[in-house]
Design a binder for this molecule. Structure first.
Ligand SMILES: *[C@@H]1O[C@H](CO)[C@@H](O)[C@H](O)[C@H]1NC(C)=O
Ligand SMILES: *[C@@H]1O[C@H](CO)[C@@H](O)[C@H](O)[C@H]1NC(C)=O
Ligand SMILES: *[C@@H]1O[C@H](CO)[C@@H](O)[C@H](O)[C@H]1NC(C)=O
Ligand SMILES: *[C@@H]1O[C@H](CO)[C@@H](O)[C@H](O)[C@H]1NC(C)=O
Ligand SMILES: *[C@@H]1O[C@H](CO)[C@@H](O)[C@H](O)[C@H]1NC(C)=O
Ligand SMILES: *[C@@H]1O[C@H](CO)[C@@H](O)[C@H](O)[C@H]1NC(C)=O
Length: 489
């Protein structure tokens, strides 16, 4: 009986939340990328950026220089190619002014062809030579500041600032006259450095808009099944702290092909809150219980919570003969007739998350039908079912299971006189355990996808249930698939 009171209390608290229209742009899923997560993404980005940059062709450099003894020499560097970039150390730091990424001690290797020609008054014909050279650029610093903001439900990434500074260059010539080396170094050292700096800056200015486009084109919904999708529209600006970036998304279920209203829920806890006890996890995703209740409302409205049961493990219960001793008057009035059991939820199941606990409250009507030429409803029993749930991660899905804790039943109406409820109770209990729960768990077991960018996979997840929220704290791994590449670089 205590559980019945508890459920009534639960319902009186929660039912007003259902179908309550609130101002839009509320977020029910929050994501937090920790410093470790940012480092992971940064390394991925740097590797992707490098492989998209190299080989990088630089423009030819021409110069006339006065070389002692030799005279005025015209020199050309052509086919200058950066073919390797190696980042020694790098960091990413979010802050008030944006996200800075710095790669320091970067080296790059270039190959090039050289050519020179000169003529002197002693020898009036032109003297020329050519060969190749390799150049090592050392101690290069590359830094960029990115601005990340929310706009119209998407993320915008803008390059605020970008710099590239070459510290040192060493040139190694293959062949050539003995004077050439110093002449080349004197003439070209600065130019090669500048050419590298400009080329990298230019390339970064092309890379960031591509990332921006990718972010802006992130889907605004993720399909859950044929009927439902998760609304993953970004809400508000990202929250940048000195060691993490937070995002908020709408997070509610929305209908795909079925016409049902989209519900808005009252937001109890408007403060951005993703808390992972283990702060070294890369990613925290916190889901408000409204997410689950929006799913519940959607499937209820789409008529997925009404079943006419005509197959059960104990098939004798689908004939009035099977009820002969339990409801004698039923058998008397309709001897040896087939029966249906119509289980119909009266309202969407109410899901409540609390400290280390998930509860589900379900109100249902069980109508007993006799099948003559038509279906004749003969009695209806009201059920108040209390279940408790567990959550788990399967792949990138948040899944669950529900277990029957308790239920209370009462006769709603009857055309066949009073029923002896204590005799019916065990049958209904069995029915819930063997028909209803396995059905529910088959669906809950699949779960729904968490908002994670394609290519990333959740790893070593911990699930934390707190008051009205469930938080997934996890690491991620990245694997490029053949069909879709994450980074469009
Ligand atoms: C999805 O969420 C956004 C942001 O809260 C909201 O403006 C939009 O109406 C939602 N879409 C649907 C179909 O509910
Ligand atoms: C230009 O450089 C590339 C790579 O270093 C090399 O494969 C190619 O043969 C060079 N082209 C000429 C014309 O020297
Ligand atoms: C590239 O340059 C680095 C030093 O700057 C050097 O250690 C490395 O061997 C070079 N790679 C090639 C392929 O020449
Ligand atoms: C980040 O900010 C918090 C306060 O908001 C401060 O206690 C902490 O020292 C800062 N960490 C770094 C690495 O600057
Ligand atoms: C915290 O998370 C990291 C990364 O997943 C893991 O290596 C470490 O063992 C975790 N620490 C604890 C105390 O669970
Ligand atoms: C099942 O019962 C509900 C009421 O509990 C009723 O609205 C519905 O029409 C019934 N379905 C069938 C197929 O009899």
């Amino acid at each position: 009986m205590a559980s019945f009171v508890y459920l009534l209390l639960l319902v009186s608290f929660l039912v007003p939340g259902y179908a309550q229209i609130q101002s839009s742009d509320q977020a029910y899923i929050s994501l937090l990328i920790s410093q470790r997560g940012l480092d992971f993404v940064k390394d991925l980005l740097i590797n992707k950026a490098i492989s998209s940059i190299v080989p990088l062709e630089l423009p030819n450099i021409e110069k006339s220089a006065k070389i002692p003894v030799v005279g005025n020499v015209h020199m050309v560097l052509s086919n200058i190619t950066i073919y390797e970039i190696h980042v020694v150390s790098s960091y990413v730091k979010p802050g008030d002014t944006g996200i800075s990424i710095v790669a320091s001690g970067t080296t790059c290797n270039l190959s090039m062809n050289w050519h020179y020609s000169y003529s002197t008054w002693i020898v009036p014909i032109e003297i020329s030579d050519s060969g190749s050279a390799s150049v090592q650029v050392e101690g290069m610093e590359i830094g960029l500041t990115l601005d990340l903001e929310g706009r119209e439900g998407s993320l915008n990434l803008v390059l605020e600032d970008c710099g590239c500074y070459v510290k040192d260059i060493s040139i190694k010539l293959d062949g050539g006259a003995s004077w050439l080396y110093q002449g080349m170094v004197d003439a070209f050292e600065g130019n090669i450095g500048l050419a590298v700096e400009n080329a990298i800056r230019k390339k970064l200015k092309e890379v960031v808009p591509k990332l921006d486009l990718f972010l802006r084109n992130l889907p605004k919904e993720i399909a859950v099944d044929d009927n439902a999708a998760l609304n993953v529209t970004f809400v508000n600006d990202p929250l940048l702290s000195n060691s993490s970036i937070g995002f908020e998304i709408n997070g509610l279920f929305m209908a795909r092909n079925v016409a049902v209203p989209n519900y808005k829920y009252q937001h109890k806890n408007s403060k951005f809150s993703v808390f992972c006890p283990n702060s070294s996890k890369m990613l925290g995703i916190s889901l408000d219980e409204a997410v689950f209740n929006s799913a519940s409302a959607l499937y209820y409205d789409a008529k997925f919570m009404h079943w006419v049961v005509d197959k059960i493990p104990d098939q004798s219960l689908l004939n009035t003969a099977g009820w002969r001793f339990i409801i004698p008057q039923l058998y008397k009035k309709y001897p040896n007739r087939d029966m249906n059991l119509n289980l119909s939820l009266c309202s969407p199941p109410i899901i409540k998350l609390s400290n280390q606990k998930a509860d589900a409250g379900i109100f249902a009507d069980l109508t007993i039908d006799v099948i003559e030429d038509v279906v004749i409803p003969v009695a209806c029993i009201s059920l108040v079912i209390q279940g408790s749930g567990s959550v788990k991660i399967t792949g990138n899905n948040l899944a669950g299971a529900v277990r029957l804790d308790d239920f209370v039943m009462s006769l709603k109406w009857s055309n066949i006189g009073n029923l002896r409820m204590y005799l019916i109770q065990p049958i209904v209990w069995t029915l819930i355990q063997t028909v209803f729960l396995p059905y529910a768990n088959a669906h809950l077991g699949k779960g729904f996808p968490l908002p994670i960018i394609h290519g990333f996979t959740i790893q070593d997840a911990e699930l934390i249930l707190t008051n009205s929220r469930v938080t997934v704290c996890s690491d991620v791994s990245y694997a490029e698939s053949h069909e879709v590449t994450f980074f469009p670089l």
